[in-house]
Each structure stands twice: as structure tokens, then as C-alpha cells.
Design a protein around this ligand. Structure first.
Ligand SMILES: *[C@@H]1O[C@H](CO)[C@@H](O)[C@H](O)[C@H]1NC(C)=O
Ligand SMILES: *[C@@H]1O[C@H](CO)[C@@H](O)[C@H](O)[C@H]1NC(C)=O
Ligand SMILES: *[C@@H]1O[C@H](CO)[C@@H](O)[C@H](O)[C@H]1NC(C)=O
Ligand SMILES: *[C@@H]1O[C@H](CO)[C@@H](O)[C@H](O)[C@H]1NC(C)=O
Ligand SMILES: *[C@@H]1O[C@H](CO)[C@@H](O)[C@H](O)[C@H]1NC(C)=O
Ligand SMILES: *[C@@H]1O[C@H](CO)[C@@H](O)[C@H](O)[C@H]1NC(C)=O
Ligand SMILES: *[C@@H]1O[C@H](CO)[C@@H](O)[C@H](O)[C@H]1NC(C)=O
Ligand SMILES: *[C@@H]1O[C@H](CO)[C@@H](O)[C@H](O)[C@H]1NC(C)=O
Ligand SMILES: *[C@@H]1O[C@H](CO)[C@@H](O)[C@H](O)[C@H]1NC(C)=O
Ligand SMILES: *[C@@H]1O[C@H](CO)[C@@H](O)[C@H](O)[C@H]1NC(C)=O
Ligand SMILES: *[C@@H]1O[C@H](CO)[C@@H](O)[C@H](O)[C@H]1NC(C)=O
Ligand SMILES: *[C@@H]1O[C@H](CO)[C@@H](O)[C@H](O)[C@H]1NC(C)=O
Length: 751
């Protein structure tokens, strides 16, 4: 997903609150939310029949009119479907037409459409309301069907698909209005968009060769379709019993989480990715687990079930992204297949490993759920998985992981680490072209996800009823834990690189003097302060390849995965690693990661490599920019490591018999860890308004060598992109994994 930050203003209907506390939800009380993000206005509407997000775009005086025009979108999670309509001023010049959704007797501003039809198996559901146009306008283009077809148009490079557009029918409607509709490629579902002059005007809509022309004023619109709907989880159903208070404490965030949560799956974000994404939902579930509901019909089971249902039965891969609804039929047709069956994509290498970790954490807390969850019959979404159970699929994934990690146990070489797939340039969360600096062997997967997944498989193998009762699987209880330890203790060193303090100092001076977006202090003094024996020890983002196994010397936040997922017992390595990752946070940017707007996810300063420096800027999606959930992962990871030290009063008693890690008694390292934890929380608190957006960037004021300049927040999308990267990607107002601060708080005892 390629998105940029959104600065949002929250206006929440009191009706969201009215819903809280009423778990039986037999009523059809709507839940609505309005999030302003000019030039976009986002409206969320859910009731017992439909879930919809409407996005109204109206150009601002300073909008780039090449990108921003009057547009109205309605997006539905069911089938990842939607309607997108583009408007133009009839007479005035570009930029003169403004549109807006206004409150009316049919909605404030959205109301429900629910209409049973004799000719259709499913009722027509959707939303209606009143759109205001400040000038005479034309509806010049409508795309009806799949959000993927809409994105193909709004994001290119494919423009309009003739086979989709051909199906559009424009007719007169209700006397003075017009209707735009399209029968899907399934020959069953119809999406309909209508516009009718609203109230006392003498307006009428003229149809001119499929274009609608109309005067300024108010128009009643409705957008609906007859497709099976998902079942949204209400706030009470998503949160555990002990976390119900969040519904009143943080209604906006809980309302967003509810909009993304369905009994069948959690969605990645809205409006562009209102559908299943394996990594997003599993990372969110791992971080949100302390507040999520468990048991039948819960949020935790929606996430685990969605991943299991979509596993590739042949090779055990966990699905990254699904293709559903009209776009599934469309893709099948491109392969000359007449079928509405959903499609599932498996390009990533990290996604497999999250699944056993999440399952083991969940079953550890809810052992009574092993049997019911794993006995569930697969195939309701992924028809290829018919006649298998979710348990069968989880076993295949575990086998895949066991197969893939075996070679390294025998021979610990770079070649035996986990690499990106041959045909892919991405494979883990940094999924933009330069996210891993072209490295094929990522840090997070090898040093954290693989060992954590192996420990999890060992734990799952020891839980009765998870894996089949055969000698191979039984053996995993010991075999996988032994192998996990081997991966845990023998991978980090491959990624380590050292820079002398002198070299690091000259690198940061050089970086700053050539930098086009940062002119502030070098903070070179922090290099000596946060180093050991004249050396900066650091861990690279990735290893280039087996043939050229160079570490790519980019400092990063993926160290947080290891702190969050593993409690290493190799004291020497752990002490060095904790010190290095804490120091990277304690060194201010550009010497380290931390800026006034948060810790950046990557910093190429020590590479001294102009190509890497040019690709990892403050406008690169995975460059010197700040990601909300990475801050959460890092902060939680540091806290987990602090909790291992005596005197931390952790509620966990399991540790009393395990040895105290050496770093706890190394004053310098412990102080660095605690200092980094607090430094991170200070910037998190300073940027509270940003935390629900996905990623944000910054600019730096102040001329070259001038002191006293400062960081200013900037949406990523407004900065000119790095060379060779397309820009102007529209942001999504809310992302699932940016809601994880609901479960992660500063631990005051380390303050
Ligand atoms: C407006 O956007 C277009 C398309 O991305 C871009 O080529 C152009 O430079 C932008 N104009 C300004 C003034 O930023
Ligand atoms: C429209 O109605 C909503 C919900 O009642 C309210 O929050 C909002 O302020 C109203 N908008 C205007 C412009 O009156
Ligand atoms: C259709 O027209 C009738 C009367 O002319 C009006 O009462 C009704 O609200 C209109 N329906 C829609 C959907 O605009
Ligand atoms: C829909 O109908 C058309 C025309 O009859 C036919 O060619 C096509 O195969 C049908 N599509 C599906 C998915 O049944
Ligand atoms: C109607 O519009 C289509 C495509 O926009 C165009 O190809 C066609 O020539 C137009 N027909 C008339 C009669 O203007
Ligand atoms: C599932 O895995 C098999 C074996 O790797 C592969 O051939 C097949 O294409 C995969 N299925 C999908 C839908 O990618
Ligand atoms: C589908 O059929 C068309 C026409 O027979 C052919 O040209 C095309 O290569 C086929 N596509 C695939 C993916 O098989
Ligand atoms: C794992 O390896 C075994 C033995 O080579 C093979 O039979 C099995 O199909 C593999 N399973 C997966 C899911 O890779
Ligand atoms: C980095 O320095 C440490 C401490 O001197 C040393 O143990 C380690 O082997 C060095 N790592 C590399 C990759 O040279
Ligand atoms: C430091 O820089 C010098 C000169 O560029 C280089 O030869 C040396 O290898 C560097 N040492 C380290 C540890 O980076
Ligand atoms: C990285 O590996 C690629 C091949 O995957 C190779 O072409 C390139 O030269 C390597 N880069 C470095 C810095 O070693
Ligand atoms: C690591 O230790 C902390 C503190 O005791 C504990 O909360 C956490 O669950 C442990 N994590 C793992 C993966 O064992």
C-alpha cells in the first residue's frame, strides 16, 4: 500500500456513543463518523444492513488541479466495491466547482438505502444524502463496481477497462433525475447511482450522451448495490471485557477500529484498501491483543480465521492480499475463465511467520478455542480450500516454515537465510521499490520473525489438538524450539556493521552538508556519547544478496521486532544489541533516528553512499519518515526488555526462575535502554495528533549552518518524491495498524 499522511479533524456523532454498552445490538442504530482531511471529507456509515465510507473531494484554493478535482466516492467493504463519480464545472474554469455533502431530512449527512427487490436475491443496500453544487456541473465519468477498477483509474497506469465501462447504463430517473447503473460481470449484481434535484428547485438533469448536465443547487443522491454484506463487529464485540471503557475514553479510535472489523476479517484501511491484508491485520492483532476480544465471533478470531481461510493449500503460504467482488470476475476473465471465485496473492515472505506467533499467543490465552477454531471448515471464501479445515491449513503453513528453516540449522550461511522471492522486489512491510535498498535478505524476517515463528510452532506442537497426532508434528515441540534458538542466536551477526566514531562523525558531517531537506545541526557529538570503545555498532536493514553479501548500512527501526517478539538469552549478543538499538534512538537525527516529529524508520547516513542517500529521503515512503505502528512496536519492544530486569515489578512471575539478563546489571546499557524508552515516548506524546495516520514526514526550517531551525510536520504526499518514484498518491484517512496505541501506553514506572 502506498499512502501518505493525513491530518484529520475528528467530529464524532453522539450516536456512536449511544451504541456503546448495548451488546445485543438488535436495533439498526447507525454508527457514523466524520473525518475532515481537506480537500477530502470522509464519512463513515454503518448499520445492521450496510457499511459504507463516502469521500467527498472539493478543490481548495491551493489545490493542484491536475490531481484534485470535484469527486464523490462511496466505498463498501462488501466485495471491495464502490462508486466513483467525477464532476466538472459546466461553464466556469477548472477549480471553480465546489461540492459538499449537506445534512437533510434523508441523512445527516448520510442515511441508509435498504430496498428489497423481487428480482434480486440480496436487498439493495447503500447510502443516500444530499450533495450541494456551487455552480452548474456535469457528471462526466462514473466507475461502478470494484474499488480496484476505481484505483486503476485514479492511480494508473491502466485507465478505464472497456469491459467494465461498457456495462454502464444512463437513464432518466424519477422525472427530473438520472440513474447511472451497471450490471457486474457476474451477471447478478447491480450497482446503482442516482441523482435527483432536491426540493423546490426547477432544476432538471439533462442526459447528453451518457454525461449528466445540471444546474447549481442541491441534489439527492443514492448509491446502492445488491451484494452479500459482511457483519461488522460493534465496539463491544471487538474489545475484551476489561477494555470496554475505551469505548467512552476514545470513541473516535474505537469507532474506526469497528469500521475495519468484521466477523470474517479485519480490513487494512479506508477507502482504498477496505479488504483483507494478511500482514496488516496480524501485526495489528499482535499489538492490540491486550485489548481485543477473544472467543467465538471475536476480533482475534476474525484475524486468525481470515489468515487460515486464505492459506495456499499447496505450499502453506499465508495470503498477503485478496481479490474479491467484481474485480475477481474481471481477473478471471482475463485468464479466459468464467468464474466469480476470489483470488489470493502470495508475494510476501514475512506474512507466513506472523500466523503461528499470533496463534500461539492466542491459544496460550484461550486454550479452549483451539478445537472450535481449528475444526472450522475452510472454503467459504477461498473455494480452493474446500474439504480442508483451518487446522489442516495451519499445519501446512507450519510445515512450510519447518521446511524453509531447516537448511540454516545445518549450515549457517547467508545463502540459507530467508530471501525475497525470485520474482519480487519487495517481501516484507517495507514494500516500496527502495524499501530494502534493493537488498534481498531482510533484517526483520531473519533475525526476528523466523525465530519467533519457530518458538511458536514448538509451543503449538505441545498444545493438544493444534497439529495432527503424528510423530513428525509431535517432534516439533523440541525440534522447533532448538531450531528457533539457533536462528535467534546466529542471525544477528550477519547484519552487524561497525563504524569508528571518527568515520561516523565525518559521515554525518558530509551527509548534512550535502542534504537538500535538512540544514540543522549534525549532532555529531551524540556519536561519541552513544558508542562503545570508539565504535558505533549497528545492524543493517538488509543484506544485499548471497553473491554479494554486503550489509546495507542503513540504521532502522526493525530492531523493534526482535525486542517485541524474542527474549534472547545470549547475553553477550543481547547486551550489544540492546545498546545499539537504544543508541540509535538516543542519537538525534541525522546522527541517529529521532527527530522532533518521531523516530524515522530508516536513516542512510552511515552508508556514505549517494544512491542510498538519494533514495532514503524525507519524501520516500520508507525513508527518513515516521510510521505510527513502528513507534508503537519499538516502544513496546523496549518495555518488554525492561520488564526482564529485576525490580521492574512486572506482574509476570514466570521469570523468577529464569536468569536475569546481563544487560540489566550493565549500568550503561540499562540506562541507555531506559533513556531510549523515554525519549521515544516523549516524541510519541509530542505528536499525539499524528498517531492515527499511517506515515508522516517533516520539513526543517532554518538556513544552512544556522542554529535554531526546527522540524515541522508535513504530510508525505505533498513532498516531491525521490527520483524515479511516482508521486501524488492519495492518503487513506485511517489505517488499521495505526490504531494500535489503543493498547500501548507509556509505562510510568520507567519514567
Ligand atoms: C501538479 O501535479 C502534477 C501531476 O502530479 C505535477 O506534474 C505538477 O508539477 C504539479 N503542479 C504543482 C504546481 O505542484
Ligand atoms: C450534520 O449532522 C451531524 C450529525 O447530527 C452534525 O454533527 C453536523 O454538525 C451537522 N452538520 C451541519 C453542517 O450542520
Ligand atoms: C421521486 O419523485 C417524487 C415526486 O415527484 C418524490 O416525492 C420522491 O422523493 C422522488 N424520489 C427520489 C428518490 O428522489
Ligand atoms: C455473463 O453473461 C455473459 C453473456 O451471456 C456470458 O458471456 C458470461 O460468461 C456471463 N458471466 C458469468 C460470470 O457468468
Ligand atoms: C458519445 O460519447 C462517446 C464516448 O465518450 C463518443 O465516442 C461518441 O462519439 C459520443 N456520441 C455522440 C453522439 O456524441
Ligand atoms: C499456491 O502454491 C503453489 C505451489 O507453490 C503455486 O503453484 C500456486 O500458484 C499457488 N497459488 C496461488 C493462487 O498463488
Ligand atoms: C484468452 O483468449 C484469447 C482469445 O482466444 C487469447 O488471445 C488470450 O491469449 C487468452 N488469454 C489467456 C490468459 O489465456
Ligand atoms: C515439506 O517438505 C516435505 C519433505 O520434503 C514435503 O513432503 C512437503 O510437501 C513440504 N511441505 C511444504 C508445505 O512445503
Ligand atoms: C564490531 O565491533 C564489536 C566490538 O568491537 C566486535 O565484537 C564485532 O565483531 C564487530 N563487528 C563487525 C561486523 O566487525
Ligand atoms: C574508516 O574510514 C577509513 C577511510 O575511509 C576506512 O579505510 C576504514 O575502513 C573505515 N573504518 C571503519 C571501521 O569504518
Ligand atoms: C547487490 O546484489 C546485486 C545482485 O542482486 C548486484 O547486482 C549488486 O552489485 C550488489 N550490490 C552491492 C553493493 O554489492
Ligand atoms: C519476554 O519477557 C517479558 C518480561 O518478562 C514478557 O512480558 C514477555 O512475554 C516475554 N516474551 C517472550 C516472547 O517470551
Amino acid at each position: 500500500m502506498f499512502q501518505s499522511a493525513a491530518i484529520a479533524l475528528l467530529c464524532l456523532s453522539s450516536r456512536v456513543l449511544a451504541q456503546g454498552g448495548n451488546s445485543s445490538s438488535s436495533s439498526c442504530e447507525p454508527r457514523i463518523q466524520h473525518l475532515a482531511d481537506p480537500p477530502y471529507q470522509n464519512y463513515f456509515y454503518s448499520d445492521c444492513h450496510v457499511d459504507a465510507q463516502a469521500v467527498v473531494t472539493s478543490p481548495l484554493p491551493d489545490s493542484n488541479l491536475t490531481i484534485i478535482g470535484p469527486r464523490f466516492i462511496v466505498a463498501w467493504p462488501a466485495g471491495n466495491s464502490g462508486v466513483c463519480t467525477f464532476f466538472q464545472p459546466q461553464n466556469g474554469q477548472n477549480g471553480s466547482l465546489a461540492i459538499e455533502l449537506v445534512n437533510s431530512t434523508v441523512g445527516d449527512p448520510l442515511g441508509p438505502v435498504y430496498r428489497k427487490s423481487a428480482s434480486s436475491k440480496n436487498p439493495f443496500v447503500g447510502v443516500e444524502g444530499v450533495l450541494a453544487f456551487n455552480d452548474s456541473a456535469e457528471l462526466s465519468l462514473a466507475i461502478l463496481g470494484s474499488i480496484r477498477n476505481i484505483r486503476d483509474f485514479t492511480e494508473g497506469p491502466i485507465l478505464l477497462s472497456p469491459i467494465v465501462q461498457r456495462g454502464i447504463k444512463v437513464t432518466k430517473f424519477n422525472g427530473t433525475g438520472a440513474q447511472v447503473s451497471r450490471l457486474w460481470l457476474d451477471n447478478v449484481t447491480t450497482t446503482t447511482f442516482t441523482m435527483v434535484p432536491w426540493r423546490n428547485t426547477d432544476n432538471r438533469i439533462r442526459i447528453n450522451n451518457s454525461t449528466l448536465n445540471f444546474g447549481s443547487g442541491l441534489y439527492h443522491f443514492s448509491a446502492s448495490f445488491d451484494y452479500p454484506q459482511l457483519t461488522q463487529l460493534t465496539p463491544n464485540q471487538i474489545l475484551s471485557n476489561k477494555s470496554q471503557a475505551l469505548i467512552t475514553q476514545d470513541p473516535g479510535q474505537v469507532s474506526s477500529l469497528s469500521f475495519f472489523s468484521y466477523s470474517e476479517k479485519l480490513l487494512a484501511d479506508g477507502w482504498r484498501f477496505l479488504t483483507y491484508f494478511g500482514r496488516d491485520s496480524m501485526i495489528a492483532a499482535l499489538l492490540l491483543q491486550p485489548v481485543l476480544s477473544s472467543g467465538s465471533g471475536s476480533a482475534m478470531e476474525a484475524v486468525i480465521g481470515a489468515a487460515l481461510e486464505r492459506v495456499n493449500r499447496t505450499d502453506g503460504s499465508v495470503c498477503h492480499e485478496e481479490t474479491i467482488g467484481d474485480y475477481a470476475t474481471f481477473l478471471n476473465l482475463q485468464h479466459n475463465i468464467t468464474s466469480t471465485a476470489a483470488g489470493f496473492a502470495y508475494p510476501m515472505i514475512d506474512t507466513d511467520y506472523y500466523l503461528p506467533v499470533l496463534m500461539s499467543r492466542y491459544f496460550h490465552a484461550s486454550p479452549d478455542r483451539i478445537q472450535p477454531l481449528l475444526a472450522t471448515k475452510a472454503g467459504s471464501i477461498d473455494v480452493q480450500n474446500k474439504n480442508l479445515s483451518w487446522g489442516d491449513l495451519s499445519y501446512t503453513t507450519a510445515q512450510k516454515i519447518m521446511n524453509l528453516t531447516e537448511a540454516f540449522e545445518k549450515d549457517q550461511t547467508v545463502a540459507n537465510l530467508v530471501h525475497l522471492k525470485e520474482s519480487e522486489v519487495v517481501g516484507q512491510w517495507r514494500d516500496s521499490t527502495y524499501g530494502l535498498a534493493n537488498g534481498r535478505i531482510p533484517f526483520d524476517v531473519n533475525t526476528a520473525l523466523v525465530p519467533a515463528a519457530l518458538y511458536a510452532i514448538s509451543e503449538l506442537a505441545a498444545m493438544p489438538g493444534v497439529y495432527p497426532n503424528n510423530p513428525d508434528a509431535k517432534n516439533w515441540a523440541s525440534q522447533a524450539s532448538k531450531r528457533a534458538k539457533l536462528w535467534e542466536d546466529n542471525t544477528l551477526h550477519f547484519f552487524q556493521y561497525n563504524v569508528t566514531v571518527d568515520n561516523a562523525t565525518s559521515l554525518v558531517k558530509d551527509y548534512t552538508s550535502k542534504n537538500a531537506f535538512y540544514h540543522g545541526p549534525t549532532h555529531a557529538d551524540s556519536i561519541a556519547n552513544y558508542s562503545s570503545d570508539g565504535m558505533v555498532i549497528d545492524y543493517g536493514l538488509s543484506i544485499n544478496s548471497t553473491e554479494t553479501p554486503d550489509v546495507i548500512p542503513i540504521t532502522h527501526t526493525d530492531t523493534g521486532f526482535r525486542h517485541f517478539l524474542l527474549n534472547s538469552t545470549d547475553d553477550k549478543e543481547l547486551t550489544t544489541f540492546i545498546n545499539a538499538s537504544a543508541n540509535a534512538i538516543l542519537r538525534p537525527f541525522p546522527a541517529g533516528l529521532t527527530t522532533a516529529v518521531g523516530a524515522v524508520v530508516a536513516n542512510p547516513v552511515f552508508s556514505g553512499n549517494n544512491v542510498l542517500i538519494a533514495n532514503f529521503t524525507n519524501s520516500a515512503y520508507h525513508g527518513t519518515v515516521v510510521w505510527s505502528w513502528q513507534l508503537a512496536l519499538m516502544a513496546k519492544g523496549f518495555e518488554i526488555q525492561l520488564d526482564r530486569c529485576p525490580g521492574s515489578n512486572s506482574t509476570s512471575s514466570a521469570r523468577s526462575n529464569s536468569a536475569v539478563p546481563a544487560f540489566c546489571n550493565d549500568t550503561g546499557v540499562y540506562t541507555a535502554l531506559r533513556g531510549a524508552y523515554n525519549r521515544l515516548w516523549d516524541v510519541i506524546e509530542d505528536n499525539e495528533g499524528q498517531l492515527q495516520s499511517e506515515v508522516w514526514s517533516w520539513t526543517y526550517s532554518g538556513a544552512k549552518n544556522e542554529t535554531g531551525g526546527e522540524y515541522k510536520l508535513s504530510p508525505l504526499g505533498v513532498l516531491p518524491p525521490p527520483p524515479g518514484v511516482g508521486g501524488g498518491t492519495e492518503s487513506d484517512i485511517r489505517q488499521l495498524w495505526s490504531l494500535v496505541f489503543l493498547a500501548i501506553e507509556r509505562n510510568k514506572k520507567y519514567h
